[in-house]
Write a protein that binds this ligand. Structure first.
Ligand code: AMP
Ligand code: ZN
Length: 473
């Protein structure tokens, strides 16, 4: 498998540190609000990467943090007159609600900064002792950037450029403008933790370095995050970790491209964002996941109503095909495939190869998705032309469909429960049948649209009668 590595700026063959295992870390959210569609992109991308490694037989340990203490969390807590942990607890809970909706599996570990304080203090101490960091009389601790000669290697920026862009803000007592905070001395009224150099709280970058050390070790396979984190966040993580441990921090650096709106990066500071929660109300969570996977993870992806609608339609096509197979499996007989069917199944296997080739090529979900749609088209054509297809064939085709869509985490929803609106839906379908019989096609169409637009129910007329299914919720 090849992955584009921001460090080498090329697609590198993935070779794990331990054969058959993957240790990966991805920077998670700062928990002071719901997350927006832009934030959802890395969460979905790294969930996908993890799923794909697992599909290929790797044992994956995946860590994604929660930044639960920083200025934004503290400000929000002050606005509401509560303590920071009330805010953090609330939005961690809400993160899991949206993440589950989006089909993002829980990471192996979701550490919080405030629960990793021992490891944070430990690494800061190591850096001070080795001269890579220094405490000021006020109790701030800064990383001495010039002591790390590889600084800039990830973002490929010459040191002079970085130097020219660096500033010392009012109140900072840095030795050099390029130095950055690893520990911030406590300010009145703010939460703080005790450390040998004084009370305070960690800087943002240090928590990731400490968490990687604590949960994954000194060197990991993959470190991920959004493109905007390359500099300074990831550059600083590398400096801290490599100076503290004396070895390479991460072998592969994977960055997702931006989610844009009107071709501008979606961000909280610009105010041009949509919360996942609100978009899910309009289109369904799964449509958002489908939309994210429609493009390769490194290309910019523009959010628009039109593209969301297209993703919704695509997803409906997948469910329609799956529902059709399941409906047919119920009715079909034959526990063994015919010779013709066996041949067809072998031919269908080509789509799986195409899917794997696409995913092996730096997680090309756009091509992987095309392979799935080709599979679906082929299955539909075959089953349409072979109304007597055996249960064995239909089950195998269904299995292949579920296997590939399962890797992407789409079209997997199971509806074991009786739909609470089933009676009403059946009644509307009967009314539509009656309208059609009376040649009142306008009424028949009205009912069809009402089912789809107001109730999210897709209907399909087949030789076996009208089938219905819930779409993308
Ligand atoms: P934050 O909570 O702002 O620290 O961001 C969490 C994650 O979302 C980070 O990995 C960011 O790089 C990523 N991110 C933020 N905005 C966007 C965007 N518009 N497109 C893609 N990723 C983003
Ligand atoms: Zn990080």
């Amino acid at each position: 498998m090849k992955l584009f590595n921001s460090m080498t700026r090329q697609k590198d063959e993935f070779i794990p540190i331990t054969p058959g295992e993957v240790k990966m870390y991805s920077c998670g959210p700062t928990v002071y609000n719901y997350f927006h569609i832009g934030n959802a992109r890395p969460f979905i991308v790294f969930d996908l990467l993890r799923r794909y490694f697992e599909y290929r037989g790797y044992k994956v340990t995946f860590v994604q943090n929660f930044t639960d203490i920083d200025d934004k969390v503290i400000n929000k807590a002050n606005d509401e007159g509560v303590t920071y942990d009330v805010i953090a607890d609330r939005y961690i809970k809400e993160y899991f609600v949206d993440a589950e909706g989006l089909g993002i599996r829980r990471a192996s570990i979701h550490p919080r900064a405030t629960e990793t304080m021992d490891a944070i203090i430990d690494i800061v101490r190591k850096l001070i002792e080795s001269g890579h960091a220094y405490a000021t009389p006020e109790g701030d601790v800064y990383f001495r950037t010039k002591t790390f000669e590889d600084y800039g290697k990830l973002s490929h920026q010459p040191l002079e450029d970085l130097q020219a862009g660096a500033r010392i803000s009012v109140g900072e007592r840095k030795e050099d403008p390029m130095d950055f905070a690893v520990w911030k001395a406590a300010k009145p009224g703010e939460p703080f933790w005790d450390a040998p150099w004084g009370k305070g709280r960690p800087g943002w970058h240090i928590e990731c370095s400490a968490m990687v050390n604590k949960y994954l070790g000194e060197t990991i396979d993959i470190h991920g995050g959004g493109l905007d984190l390359t500099f300074p966040h990831h550059e600083n993580e590398i400096a801290q970790s490599e100076c503290a441990n004396g070895c390479t921090f991460a072998h592969y650096w994977v960055h997702n491209g931006f989610l844009t709106i009107d071709n501008e990066k979606m961000s909280k500071s610009k105010g041009n964002f949509f919360m996942v929660r609100d978009a899910a109300q309009a289109y369904g969570y799964e449509t958002i996941r489908m939309f994210m996977l429609s493009a390769h993870y490194r290309t910019p992806l523009n959010y628009s109503e039109e593209s969301l609608k297209m993703s919704k339609t695509s997803l409906e096509r997948l469910y329609e095909s799956r529902n059709n197979l399941e409906f047919r499996i119920e009715k079909a007989v034959g526990n063994e495939t015919t010779a013709e069917e066996a041949e067809k199944l072998t031919a269908l296997g080509a789509y799986k190869n195409k899917f794997i080739d696409a995913m092996d090529d730096d997680l090309n979900t756009a091509d992987a998705m095309s392979a799935i749609f080709e599979l679906v088209r082929d299955i539909n054509a075959y089953t349409g032309a072979h109304q007597d297809a055996t249960r064995a064939f239909l089950t195998a085709a269904h299995g292949l469909f579920m296997e590939l869509t399962g890797v992407l985490g789409i079209a997997q929803k199971h509806d074991d429960t009786v739909d609470p609106e089933a009676d009403r839906i059946e009644e509307l379908i009967a009314q539509r049948q009656a309208a059609k019989k009376n040649k009142d096609f306008a009424e028949a169409d009205r009912i069809r649209d009402l089912l789809l637009n107001d109730m999210g129910v897709l209907i399909k007329d087949t030789r076996q009668g009208t089938q219905w299914s819930r779409v993308s919720q």
